[in-house]
Design a protein around this ligand. Structure first.
Ligand code: HEM
Length: 336
């Protein structure tokens, strides 16, 4: 057993030689989660997840960003319990239908593939919620970001909350105070908010989520005209005043597929794509200082990011005999 653990660690290091590993401490409320949860029951679980993330990334690099986002959208609705993954059925109103997820959340097929492989390897053992947490970490690592030990042992919900998904996931037109409040409700503070928003260093947004910043300076989501005018002009070429809602743009226009601190550098240069990004730099001196600090110091960003995402992953997990280990992530077991 010890040998297989050592081998797993070595193969991780061999695959991702440039990663820096941050040791993190658990926040409260997740006492029974542990990095070693599957060491006996499914020792290859982490290596299997990692290989599927690598495969998905090789086919479509954006998939890393999409899968990271799934973990966030799952954890903010009744905790990290894979409720997001449930499709609508008799008793379930899927969270996939909320404004934040519809036509936007993606990566569900990759999660299905991973779950299928894990059910073959060790049936009814590895939860879908833990798969999301591992996939989030491996996605960041493969994009060049930090790594950390993922705490494991979450179980899966038997229900979903469409209304929770509507109410708890922040939207890009939120004020800074609203973002802060929504994070506080989840036990996350201002530092967590700023660090976790650094996720927008990878991935895309659709035109409809930032159009108002390009055309409506009086209306008024961008009251201070906080968008660099050359950048705004460039965006207008693919995001007209109406139509083309689904056109995609890089959240970080400089290094779109690399997990680095360019997100923060862009904010300093008034080139944050979403209004909810740029307001970190413009609506409070406290967050402005953090943005400047991370823009200058990638190492500090990585370290805080690792701490904050572990904290996010610990939001209200189901443990012990609560919930279940789903056999298929899209369905609760009694729906078979
Ligand atoms: C704090 C408030 C946040 C707001 C308002 C917000 C909003 C958004 C929006 C509007 C998009 C584009 C969606 C689309 O156009 O389809 C997006 C993408 C994304 N978000 Fe956030 N987000 C927030 C926080 C976070 C956090 C905490 C994470 C991760 C921990 C995250 C990870 C991502 C990623 C990786 C993408 C790109 C997804 C892809 O390309 O498929 N976001 N976000």
């Amino acid at each position: 057993m010890v040998k297989s653990m050592v081998l797993a660690r070595i193969s991780l290091a061999a695959l991702f030689p440039l990663c820096m590993c941050y040791r993190t401490h658990q926040s409260t409320g997740a006492g029974s989660l542990s990095p070693w949860f599957y060491d006996n029951s499914c020792p290859n679980a982490q290596a299997i997840v990692q290989s599927f993330v690598a495969k998905a990334y090789a086919i479509d690099p954006r998939m890393a960003a999409s899968m990271l986002r799934l973990h966030f959208h799952d954890c903010f609705v009744n905790g990290c319990d894979a409720s997001l993954l449930l499709d609508s059925s008799g008793t379930i109103e899927s969270e996939k239908r909320s404004i934040s997820n519809r036509d936007s959340a993606r990566g569900f097929e990759v999660i299905d593939e991973i779950k299928f492989a894990l059910e073959n390897e060790c049936p009814e053992t590895v939860s879908c919620a833990d798969i999301l947490a591992l996939v989030a970490r491996d996605s960041i690592v493969i994009c060049g970001g930090p790594t950390w030990e993922v705490y494991l042992g979450r179980r899966d919900a038997r229900e979903a909350s469409l209304s929770g998904s509507m109410e708890n996931i922040p939207t890009p037109d939120s004020t800074l105070q609203t973002l802060v409040n929504m994070f506080n409700v989840q036990g996350l503070d201002l530092t967590d908010l700023v660090a976790l928003l650094g996720s927008h260093t990878i991935g895309n947004s659709r035109c409809l989520n930032f159009r108002q910043r390009l055309y409506n300076h009086s209306g008024n989501n961008d009251p201070d005209q906080t968008l660099n005018q050359n950048y705004a002009y460039m965006l207008q070429q693919g995001c007209p005043i109406s139509g083309e809602d689904q056109n995609l743009f890089n959240l970080d226009y400089v290094t779109p597929n690399k997990f680095d601190n360019y997100y923060f550098k862009n904010l300093v240069n008034f080139r944050g794509l979403l209004n909810s990004d740029e307001i970190l730099f413009t609506q409070s001196s406290e967050t402005m200082e953090m943005v400047k600090f991370y823009a200058e110091n990638e190492e500090a960003f990585f370290e805080q990011f690792a701490r904050s995402i572990v904290k996010m992953g610990n939001i209200s997990p189901l443990t012990g005999t609560s919930g279940e280990i789903r056999r298929i992530c899209r369905r609760v077991n009694h729906d078979f």
